[in-house]
Design a binder for this molecule. Structure first.
Ligand code: GLN
Length: 547
C-alpha cells in the first residue's frame, strides 16, 4: 500500500511546487523506492487541452492520450515514470463525473453536495493504483485559500484521516520574503499560510521555504515553533541556476531525510545520486555552446514550449554543450524576407502549433533551413510547414497549403497537401472524426507506433526501425503527394504501421532536415536525452564549426 505525500502551496503562486514534487520523487527513487506523481488542478476546465498556451503553458500529452498540466512533464523528466491518464485531474473532470453519475441515477435520489459527493470522487481518484508503488506524491494546484481548491483540501484531509496513522504526510511550500531595508527574512506570511491550512484541518509535516537568502538558524527555529513542525522539517529552497540541480539541492537541505523521518522509516536506505551528479556536471561544465532558433507563435511565453526547451537542454547535455535558445516570432517575417531574422543560428526548430497565424513565416523558416543547409527540426505543425514548403518551392505545387487554414474559403485557397484527418487506427479499432466534433480530447492523441525506413537518417538516429512516440494533432500530410514529394527529394522515412499516415519526412540532400508528426520532446529526460534532440544538437555543433 502506497504512502501518500500531499504537496500544497501558500503565500504566492509559482513557487515551484511541481519542481519540488518532481525532485522529491527523484530522491525517493535514488533511495530505492518506487514512486508515482499526480496533479490535482482546481480549475473548471475538464483538462487543459482546450486552453490557450498563453493561459496555461504547454499541454503535456501522456502515452495513453491524456492532455495534462505541464507539471506532469517535470514529473516524467525527473523520475522517468511515464505519466498516465489517471495522474491528472481537475475540478472540471471531477464535477463532470459526479454530474454524469447523478444523471444516471447512481446516487439513488440523494441531494448531491460538495461534501461528500465531490470529495468522495476525489478520494476515489487518489486511490487509483495505490498498490503499485511505495510512494504516491499528489500535488494540489493553486494556493491554500483559493475558493476552487477547497474541495481538494477537504478531500486530502479526509483521505489522510481514513488511512492508517502515518500513511499520509503533508508538505507545504511557502515563501520567505526578504526586506532589504531591515535586512531580514520575514516568516509571517508562512505562519499565516500554515494557519490557513490548519483551519481546514491539515497540519503540515514538512515546510519547504523558498528564499533568496540563507535562512538563519533563528528564523528556522521560529518557523518550526510557530508552525508546529520539527526544525529539521523546515527545508530551505534556494534559487538554482538550473532546475536539474533541484534533486541534489533538496537532498543537501535534508528534504528526503525529513520525509522518511515523517514516515518513521528507519534506518533510511542510503541514496544513490550518481546519475544526478552526472547531470549536474554536464550542465555546469559545457565545452562550448550552440545557438538555436525556435521559430514559433507563442514566443513571449516560454512555458508554451516547455518540453521543447528542456529537450534541447538535454540534447546539449548529450553533446556537452550549452544550448542557447532564442525565440523568434514567425509573424515578423510572414510577409518579409526571413534571412535577416534567421542568419547566424546553428539550427532552427519549428515547434507545434494551431491556426494560421505565423504559418507563412514558419514556411519561410523551413525554406531558409533547406536552402542554407542549416539543421532543421520540424515538430508536428513544424513538419507540416516543411512539407508545404517542399510542395510549393520544390515539387511545383504552388498553391500547397493545409485544410486547417482554409475553413472560410471552403478549401479553395490552397491545394491541401495537409488534410483534416477523419479516420485512423488505434490498436485494434478505427477512430473516426468529423470536422465539427467537440474540440476537447478529440485529436489523434497519445502514443502510436511508426515504422522507419531502413537506411534512412531517422532509422540511424533512433538505432531502430520501430518507434513509439506521442501525438497531438488533427491534420495529416496527404500520402496522395508522396510520390511527387519523394521525387523532389523529400523522403517519407517514417509511416504508421498500416502505411497510411506519414510520421516522418527528411530531405535527402541535406545534412540534417527532419520533420516529425509527433512530439519527441515529451519523452526526453536529462539522464536520457531523446535521440532526435541529441543528434539535432550534434548537427548544430557541426554547423557551429562551419560558420
Ligand atoms: N495544428 C496542427 C494539427 O492539428 C498541428 C498540431 C501540433 O502541432 N500539435 O495537425
Amino acid at each position: 500500500m502506497a504512502r501518500y505525500i500531499f504537496i500544497t502551496g501558500g503565500v504566492v503562486s509559482s513557487l515551484g511546487k511541481g519542481l519540488a514534487s518532481a525532485a522529491l520523487g527523484a530522491l525517493l527513487q535514488a533511495r530505492g523506492f518506487s514512486v508515482r506523481l499526480r496533479k490535482l488542478d482546481p480549475y473548471l476546465n475538464v483538462d487543459p487541452g482546450t486552453m490557450s498556451p498563453f493561459e496555461h503553458g504547454e499541454v503535456f500529452v501522456t502515452d495513453d492520450g491524456a492532455e495534462t498540466d505541464l507539471d506532469l512533464g517535470h514529473y516524467e523528466r525527473f523520475t522517468g515514470v511515464p505519466a498516465r491518464q489517471t495522474d491528472s485531474v481537475s475540478s472540471g473532470r471531477i464535477y463532470s463525473t459526479v454530474l454524469e453519475k447523478e444523471r444516471r441515477g447512481d446516487y439513488l435520489g440523494k441531494t448531491i453536495q460538495v461534501v461528500p459527493h465531490v470529495t468522495n470522487e476525489i478520494k476515489e481518484f487518489l486511490k487509483i493504483g495505490e498498490d503499485e508503488v511505495d510512494f504516491m506524491l499528489c500535488e494540489i494546484g493553486g494556493t491554500v485559500g483559493d475558493i476552487e481548491g477547497l474541495p481538494f483540501f477537504e478531500a486530502i484531509r479526509q483521505f489522510a484521516h481514513d488511512k492508517k496513522r502515518g500513511q499520509c504526510i503533508f508538505m507545504h511550500l511557502t515563501l520567505l520574503p526578504y526586506l532589504a531595508a531591515s535586512g531580514e527574512l520575514k516568516t509571517k506570511p508562512t505562519q499565516h499560510s500554515v494557519k490557513e491550512l490548519q483551519s481546514i484541518g491539515i497540519a503540515p509535516d514538512i515546510l519547504v521555504c523558498r528564499s533568496e537568502h540563507p535562512i538563519p538558524e533563528k528564523e528556522r527555529e521560529k518557523i518550526a515553533l510557530f508552525c508546529n513542525v520539527r526544525k529539521e522539517a523546515v527545508v530551505a529552497a534556494y534559487d538554482l541556476k538550473s532546475i536539474y540541480e533541484a534533486p541534489l539541492a533538496y537532498h543537501e537541505q535534508g528534504l528526503d531525510q525529513a520525509v522518511l523521518d515523517a514516515f518513521d522509516i528507519s534506518p533510511a536506505p542510503a541514496p544513490n545520486l550518481a546519475m544526478w551528479h552526472d547531470v549536474y556536471d554536464r550542465i555546469h561544465n559545457p565545452e562550448g555552446h550552440v545557438k538555436i532558433a525556435i521559430v514559433g507563435k507563442y514566443t513571449q511565453l516560454e512555458d508554451a514550449y516547455k518540453s521543447i526547451a528542456e529537450a534541447l537542454t538535454h540534447g546539449g547535455m548529450a553533446n556537452r554543450v550549452k544550448v542557447k535558445i532564442e525565440w523568434v516570432d514567425a509573424e515578423l517575417f510572414d510577409r518579409e524576407d526571413a534571412a535577416p531574422y534567421l542568419e547566424g543560428y546553428h539550427a532552427i526548430l519549428v515547434p507545434g502549433g494551431f491556426g494560421e497565424r505565423g504559418t507563412e513565416g514558419k514556411i519561410k523558416a523551413a525554406q531558409f533551413a533547406r536552402e542554407k543547409k542549416v539543421p532543421y527540426l520540424g515538430i508536428c505543425l513544424g513538419m507540416q510547414m516543411a512539407v508545404i514548403e517542399a510542395a510549393r518551392n520544390v515539387a511545383g505545387l504552388a498553391k500547397a497549403g493545409s485544410e486547417e487554414f482554409d475553413h472560410e474559403a471552403g478549401g479553395k485557397r490552397f491545394e491541401p497537401v495537409v488534410y483534416h484527418l477523419k479516420e485512423w487506427v488505434q490498436g485494434n479499432h478505427t477512430v473516426a472524426r468529423k470536422a465539427d466534433d467537440d474540440k476537447g480530447g478529440t485529436m489523434r492523441l497519445g502514443a502510436y507506433t511508426a515504422s522507419l525506413k531502413p537506411g534512412s537518417k531517422v532509422a540511424d538516429v533512433y538505432g531502430s526501425t520501430t518507434i513509439e512516440e506521442r501525438h497531438r494533432h488533427r491534420y495529416e500530410v496527404d500520402t496522395k503527394y508522396r510520390e511527387t514529394l519523394e521525387s523532389a527529394g523529400l523522403l517519407f522515412s517514417g509511416m504508421s504501421p498500416d502505411g497510411k499516415l506519414p510520421e516522418i519526412v527528411e530531405w535527402q540532400d541535406h545534412p540534417w532536415f527532419i520533420g516529425v508528426q509527433f512530439h519527441p520532446e515529451l519523452k526526453s529526460k536529462p539522464f536520457a536525452p531523446h535521440p532526435l534532440f541529441a543528434d539535432f544538437v550534434r548537427a548544430a555543433v557541426e554547423m557551429s564549426r562551419l560558420v
